[in-house]
Design a binder for this molecule. Structure first.
Ligand code: NAG
Ligand code: NAG
Length: 557
């Protein structure tokens, strides 16, 4: 998640991890008493895994050759989480830079945000690493305020920023790596926030269109895959209902806990010191992001696609929601959770309007599309990027009476990671690769079998500088996470889902927004004390061997 987005899932997982630390002392490669050991071999590389259950052995049985030869295997990052050089090269501040300035204590390692992992300067070295890893594609994002420091065209283009991305893209192409570019990945220009209230104002749609057009014009001769916006739900809900991401708007009473329990709250909402209306603004922000995507996609299709021959989509995050019980109420609650997360965007893009359950529940607080907007948004995705991290159980929950209406209560459902004290997926972090397969099959059925890229999927470990470097590089849990998800993805493809690619999040340990550098997602370890040196973890060695080899074998006990 953490792409923050992942932020949300991250935090859910943090709770699970904290629970496991409390009960068991250590986390990495815990040989469970009823777990099972397995050796996973790809090419010349063998990894000893400890699985939580023998049920998972089946999921180790996947090879590169199970996927089509032209399948996209990639790694993902985003500008705000890796580039650094935040105040250099003519870049203007993003809303995250601003949040770190005004609320440094709300963000772990906030002092390091402006340097991140220095990828702006180290991009050539990074591309060598990507090439060495053997993936064929790289998903990265462009920093809006590096191209347009003031956010809008009228504020001027920063040629140094354009030049940087040109060099980055050229270097990728030279190395045979396909660029997949996210146009907006959380780092919204602060200047537009101050000018007119950012996402809340329809002016954002026009500025996003102008910015996107600069990208198409400048890079579209080489970039054939565009993601407009990453995880619009996070900007809407975290930024405008809960106030835990920029611009930190909300109107909640004291004491709302986002993650954890009221007595032991890990992440409280707010502080709601920046204005806002949690009952309406998340919906307006999502609405404008839908229109922004559709407007940029229309522009691309009408003016650039015939010549540049690329495709354009969006990135949405979703879990798979499993009803907690067989009751009709819980089944409908799970459907509502799908609608309020995935359907919020997919339903407009595929069918031209919001899900029925959202209209019924949110009523007049949900903006509506004009007839003209409906025809603009319907059918505007060439593909959809899905960020999948984990799944949850869903339980019906009537909102408490007299509570202020807001997104998280409007859904009338509660997510819970456990049933009868056991995590969904059985391992302690609640990862459930089968949920990926089920989500893929759900999307195929519900949304007319769209082309899909898994734009993110990954596992974090908690930073622990007490461990030796050698121990920090051992990450069999990440290897089994990837291989099990690939197995499930392959199953989905064999069942007719149109999945074209898989991007691991993340290439490197990076700045995970509010969680700072506490969460390490990387295939490559970042040595923060030594100029952000990149060092392959075992998972990088393994992934490389997997990609090169058709012969993956496992021996199990
Ligand atoms: C894995 O390989 C090691 C070293 O070759 C061996 O000692 C161990 O028994 C193997 N474990 C399994 C489960 O096959
Ligand atoms: C949107 O921004 C424009 C300036 O660009 C301003 O005139 C208008 O009042 C704003 N609208 C809202 C709803 O804030």
């Amino acid at each position: 998640m953490a792409s923050s987005t992942k932020f949300f899932y991250v935090l859910v997982a943090v709770c699970a991890i904290i629970a496991s630390i409390a009960c068991c002392n250590s986390r990495a490669t815990i040989p469970d008493s009823d777990g099972v050991a397995a050796n996973l071999t790809a090419g010349g590389f063998t990894s000893g895994l400890n699985l939580y259950s023998s049920v998972f052995l089946e999921e180790l049985d996947v090879t590169r050759s199970d996927f089509p030869a032209d399948f996209t295997f990639g790694v993902a990052t985003s500008a705000g989480q890796t580039e650094g050089s935040a105040r250099e090269g003519g870049r203007g501040p993003s809303t995250w830079d601003h949040r770190v300035d005004i609320l440094p204590d709300a963000i772990i390692n906030s002092d390091k945000f402006s340097t991140a992992i220095d990828s702006y300067r180290l991009y050539k070295e990074d591309i060598k690493i990507i090439k060495e890893l053997g993936v064929n594609s790289y998903r990265f994002s462009i920093s809006w305020s590096r191209i347009l420091p003031k956010g809008s065209l009228s504020g001027g283009i920063n040629q140094e920023g354009v030049d940087h991305y040109n060099s980055l893209i050229d270097e990728l192409i030279r190395n045979g790596i396909k660029p997949f570019v996210t146009i907006l990945h959380s780092d919204f220009p602060q200047a537009l926030e101050e000018k007119y209230g950012g996402y809340l104002n329809h002016s954002f749609v026009n500025d996003f269109k102008d910015y996107s057009e600069i990208c198409f014009k400048s890079f579209g001769d080489r970039v054939k895959n565009w993601f407009t916006v990453n995880e619009p739900t996070v900007s809407a809900v975290y930024g405008y209902e809960l106030g835990i991401a920029p611009p930190g708007k909300c109107s909640l009473k004291e004491g709302v806990c986002v993650f954890g329990s009221p007595e032991n709250c890990l992440v409280p909402a707010g502080p709601c010191n920046f204005g806002g209306d949690s009952s309406t603004e998340p919906y307006i922000v999502a609405h404008n992001q839908i229109l922004a995507h559709a407007t940029a996609a229309k522009l691309y299709k009408e003016k650039y696609q015939a010549q540049q021959k690329g495709e354009i989509g969006i990135v949405l995050a979703s879990k798979y929601y499993v009803p907690l019980s067989e009751s009709h109420e819980d089944k409908i609650a799970a459907e509502r959770l799908f609608d309020f997360n995935l359907g919020w965007f997919m339903e407009p893009f595929v069918y031209g309007d919001y899900p029925k359950s959202m209209k019924e529940s949110v009523k007049e607080r949900l903006p509506s599309f004009s007839a003209q907007e409906k025809s603009l948004i319907k059918g505007c995705l060439d593909f959809v990027g899905i960020n999948y991290y984990t799944s949850t159980y869903a339980r019906h929950k009537t909102p408490p009476p007299f509570e202020q209406l807001r997104y998280s209560l409007d859904v009338s459902a509660e997510e819970t990671g456990m049933k009868d004290g056991v995590f969904l997926g059985m391992d302690r972090e609640g990862h459930w690769p089968e949920g990926l397969q089920k989500l893929m099959e759900y999307i195929k059925e519900k949304y007319q079998n769209p082309k899909i890229y898994i734009s993110e999927n990954g596992l974090f470990t908690i930073r622990n500088d007490e461990l030796s470097l050698a121990d920090q590089l051992k990450d069999p849990e990440r290897i089994s996470f990837i291989v099990r998800h690939l197995y499930r993805l392959d199953k989905a493809i064999k069942n007719g889902v149109n999945v074209k690619g898989y991007f691991y999040w993340s290439l490197f340990d990076d700045f995970e927004w509010g969680m700072g550098f506490l969460h390490r997602y990387g295939l490559y370890y970042i040595d923060f004390d030594h100029n952000n040196r990149r060092i392959p973890k075992q998972s990088a060695e393994w992934f490389k061997a997997f990609l090169q080899s058709d012969h993956v074998t496992r021996a199990s006990s």
